[in-house]
Design a protein around this ligand. Structure first.
Ligand SMILES: NC(=O)c1ccc[n+]([C@@H]2O[C@H](COP(=O)([O-])OP(=O)(O)OC[C@H]3O[C@@H](n4cnc5c(N)ncnc54)[C@H](OP(=O)(O)O)[C@@H]3O)[C@@H](O)[C@H]2O)c1
Length: 217
């Protein structure tokens, strides 16, 4: 599958490299694909991974991953050109975090009655937005492995077909079948769930070696 990953931060680089190793054609999107750190990433990722502008990557992908900080989401969507998202599955990894105060755990900028997932779906009404990967640190987004087994990935979105695509990509990256919480409005719960992960990070030495598992009987 052709996949455009919008964002060259830890999340974008991790997911793009992981998807490339699974045989997908990947283009990572950035403001300037010629800068050295982006070109070096392409070399390291291998498997034909390319870099392009946000618009080029959004046009390239049959499915897209949105992986930029909350303050830049609207700007990146504009740079990527909303028409490039039409009818495509868009994995939304974002958490709407306010700027961090040094030493203090960040807080959500929106919640209870709205979410980043809903904001992005409203900004891209023709896209099929699926919240995914927002509840785990980037270091465990590909082939997550813990002594107690594999963690679970929770997703939500309004389009059933898009959630099928998202689940296939999530499983290809080494996760169990994703747990579907329902429509994109459920991002109101998945984004605070990320705050539980982040709070534990701040209280436990910033090692990030934790993830969520739904136990059943
Ligand atoms: N880090 C994690 O472990 C983790 C885990 C779960 C969810 N998340 C969420 O995933 C998202 C991505 O996180 P991240 O840490 O990988 O990303 P990040 O480092 O915050 O964002 C990197 C991207 O933001 C773009 N950017 C920065 N300033 C910009 C500006 N002024 N205008 C347009 N674009 C700008 C950069 O563009 P250039 O490429 O041009 O520099 C880059 O592609 C966030 O919403 C975060 O909350 C993060």
């Amino acid at each position: 599958m052709y996949i455009g990953v919008l964002g060259t931060g830890d999340v974008g680089r991790t997911l793009a490299a992981g998807l490339a190793t699974r045989g997908h054609q990947v283009m990572i999107g950035t403001r300037d694909p010629t800068v050295a750190r982006v070109q070096e990433w392409c070399q390291q990722a291998g498997h034909g991974a390319q870099a392009g502008t946000f618009a080029a990557a959004a046009g390239f992908g049959e499915a897209l991953v949105l992986a930029v900080g909350w303050p830049h989401v609207d700007q990146v969507i504009a740079l990527a050109q909303p028409t490039n998202f039409a009818a495509k599955t868009v994995l939304d990894t974002t958490n709407p975090l306010l700027a961090e105060t040094p030493g203090q755990s960040p807080v959500l900028a929106v919640g209870h009655t709205d979410s980043a997932g809903e904001h992005i779906q409203r900004a891209l009404p023709e896209a099929r937005v699926v919240k995914a990967f927002n509840i785990v640190g980037h270091a465990h987004m590909v082939d997550p492995s813990f002594p107690d087994g594999r963690p679970d990935m929770f997703i939500c979105g309004d389009d059933a077909d898009a959630k099928t695509v998202a689940s296939l990509l999530i499983e290809a990256l080494g996760w169990p079948p994703a747990i579907d919480l329902g429509g994109i409005q459920m991002a109101r719960y998945l984004e605070p769930m990320a705050m539980v992960w982040i709070t534990h990070l701040y209280r436990n030495g910033f090692n990030g070696n934790h993830a969520f598992k739904l136990l059943r009987k």
